[in-house]
Structures are given as structure tokens and as C-alpha cells.
Ligand binder design. Sequence first.
Ligand code: MLT
Length: 318
Amino acid sequence: MTYHLLSIHQFEIKEIFEIFNSIPIIKKHISVPISRLACSNKIIVNAFFEPSTRTSLSFASAMYRLGGNVITFNKEYSSINKGETFPDTIRTISSFGDILILRHPERGIMMKAIENSQIPIINAGDGDGEHPSQAILDLYTIYHKFGYEFQTKTILFVGDIKNSRTIHSLLELLHMFPSMKIYFLPFHNKFPTNIMINKVKQVHNQSDNLIFTFSNVKFDLFDIVYCTRNQTERESSWVMTDSIKHEKPDFIINNYFVNKLNDDCILLHPLPRNQELNDDVDSNHRSYFFKQMELGVEVRMAILEFVMNKNNKSLLDL
Ligand code: MLT
């Protein structure tokens, strides 16, 4: 049966560490002549039905660095404009490559996609559902900073907790490490659901109040602050007007905020940022979001190989 990477729920802890531990080994393959790499005749199909910069390009860069090739589906110039259905599109593009990297605005659409795909699919974001490769990257960034001690750290999620698929996937991943502690500083109306709160309380054994407001943040409690933008496009009547583009967030994370955090606390953001993360923090030593972005290539190299291995293939065998 084909292994598709659709959700964080599919992982066991040992597989997460398998991916982390494979990264230094996989990086060595960058200097191997391409003709000797198993992946020199392999192709990923990048199909993004929703905008992307980092996820699409880091998967493409990862594949090229492994010695493979990338083709890109462009919705605007595709037969969708001639009435082609989603199943037919997936059937078609999946016959042109070896792994399909798929993003779509509809939560849960991956199940329909796998019914029609001839190759493994990696979920690169389904609406407000999941974004598993980003969660693995986020946790790897935390591990990169703290090593195995990350398992005892405390994280504050900031921003649009309700709609952020990167937070949804990362939360699921953190639930595998019950000694970590989790808190929220949500934007107005972007609160975690009761199900999310109860799961944190139960899994992480937290009985205190998990929700902070901007005026009562306990700055010295956190080792990691994970910020997201307002996911305005997830609101049902969304049209990107100029007023939405310039809509002010409820509060802004700037140096005034960040300098009150512990000295070795790290600030993460999956990017893109809007006004919620002021660029005065860019040179703050706690800012780790550009590092997080850079690590995306090596983490996705490891994820591509992981998915191929699960399908009894490899991109690396010489
Ligand atoms: C995503 O695709 O979810 C992004 O990486 C984060 C965002 O859009 O805010």
C-alpha cells in the first residue's frame, strides 16, 4: 500500500528522531555527483492550489540538492480553467512524477487526492487542517537550539490559533512529548477550541490557565514563542481587499515585547509575517525564524527520503 504523508498523527516518536538523525547523513549527499544518486531520474510534482513561497521552493530546492528533478503544476494555466475536475487533475499530474507535493485550501481534501493519485502524496497544507512537514521543521528548529532537552521546554503560541494549520500540526507533534508545557496568547476571536485546550491540559498535565492576554503575559515562563499571522483567508467571506491587507493585528510582537523574554528564549514564525511581527526584532538574538526557514531545505530532504523509504524506495542509494 502506498505511504502518503498526510498528518502528524501518522508518526511515532522514533520516526521523528529517525528523520532528525538522517539529516546530517543526507546533507553529505549534496556533494555526491548527481549521476551516482538514485534520485537522478526521480521527479517531484509540486502542485500548489494556494499561494506558497517557502514550502514549494524548499521542497524544490531539497529535491534538486538530492540530485532529482521538479515539475510544477500551475493552477492558473491548467485545464482546471477548461472545467477539469480535481480527481482528473490529480490522476494526470501524479502520472508524471514520483512524489506529489500537494497544497489545497480545502481541509481534508487529501483523502480525495490519494484515491486518485498513482504516487505518494505529501500534504503541504490543507486549508486550516494540517501542515505536517512544517511541524517537523518547527520541531527540528527547536531541537537544533535545545538538543534533546527540548522535551522539557515551555512554548507560547501567539496569534491566530484557531486557523493556523502550522500550529494545529505542531501541537499534535508536541503532544508526543508530554513533559513540554504549552500556553496561548491568541488574537481576538482566534482562540484555541475547547478540544485543543482540554487535550493540552490532559496530555501535558497542566491545570493552570493556558490562555494569556497581551497585558498579563508571564514573560519568564517561556523557552519558545511561536507566532503566526492572522489567517484572514480562512474566514468564509474572504476577499483580499486593501483594507484586509493592511488590517492591524490586535497586538504586535516587537523588541519591547521580545526583550522581556528570557535571554535564551527563541522566537519562531512559519512566515509569511504581516504586521504582527515587527521587523525591529530581526536582529534580536532571540529571533530564530530566519534560521527556521533556512532549515526547511535539509528537513524536507530528509522528509522526501523518509517517504520514499516508507514506499520501499530510496533517493539516496548509490
Ligand atoms: C502556511 O502555509 O500555513 C504558512 O506556512 C504559514 C501561513 O500561511 O501563515
